[in-house]
Design a binder for this molecule. Structure first.
Ligand SMILES: [Zn+2]
Length: 104
């Protein structure tokens, strides 16, 4: 099973329940039917701010939910599962290693 699927399995335990549908609509209503990051009004999804995997007790908490468009949502998920940007310290080290090689 790939990492993304494994990750999604945690929230699917929540999102497959009938009461999720009602909660999801309530969150979109609260957020004015727009992505809270970029303001897009199409392809909206409801995101767990703190991932269900790490914070199962907040899965049904409106305060832990936000409306995102599918682009912002998948970007956030990528970062959460560690496929986002490398951390800056590591990038700096690699740059240093490369410049050291060039000098030889
Ligand atoms: Zn967005």
């Amino acid at each position: 099973m790939n990492l993304r699927k494994q990750y999604a399995a945690h929230s699917r335990r929540i999102t497959r329940q009938p009461r999720w549908k009602a909660l999801r609509e309530a969150v979109k209503d609260r957020d004015g039917w727009a992505c809270v990051l970029c303001g897009a009004r199409t392809r909206l999804e409801v995101d767990h701010v703190k991932p269900v995997r790490d914070w199962p007790e907040l899965a049904w908490d409106m305060g832990n939910l936000q409306t995102l468009c599918c682009r912002c949502h998948s970007r956030k998920t990528r970062v959460e599962i560690g496929l986002g940007r490398e951390n800056p310290a590591r990038e700096a080290w690699k740059k240093l290693a490369r410049s050291g090689l060039n000098e030889q």
